[in-house]
Design a binder for this molecule. Sequence first.
Ligand code: 16G
Length: 190
Amino acid sequence: MAEEPVSSLSLFSDDLLYNLEFSDDVCTCKLPDGMSPKTPGEGLCMRALQFTDFSKGYSQLLAQLTRVGDLTQDKFEEQFRGIQASPNTHYITVIEDTTRGELVASASLIVERKFTHLAAMRGRIEDVIVADSCRGRQLGKLLLETLSLLAIKLECYKISLECVENNVPFYAKFGFKQEDSLFMVRRIFD
Ligand code: 16G
């Protein structure tokens, strides 16, 4: 069977991350000198989620955030293909420790088309996680700043997220504020 082109193995083009303009007037949070999506740190690579990332510990990484359950490779691949069927909606971004071939951080920008606000886009930041082994390397900051800039580039009129009280000061650094409207949830299963 013919090999699939590499591009279809990626959820979106890494260039979208690498070509963002980290200028002072749009950045809300200063990154350490020299840090950018192209240069996230020694031995690290930041990129779009890939079809082969199940074997690089994506579910183990997510399990540090919440319950993942028994996510099999087949289920992962089916979900990946499903997301690919709605392009330009899920910007799931990961950081790989390339020396160990293991994912160490991830965050997602989900983009939703609205009819309101002059048929604008709305961005949601989801599933932000940095592995315990990489705490202190400012990867959360890099992911948040990058996905915020991407949302601005994609012309989102607002970006929102849900988080626990303890993380409010972290997200406040990127311009997130608590609004009056409450976030309500109806849980169907765990
Ligand atoms: C956090 C995440 C959210 C995720 C939830 C998982 C951020 C900013 N927020 O609130 O995206 O869905 O945890 O909790 O990363 P759940 O599995 O109980 O929904």
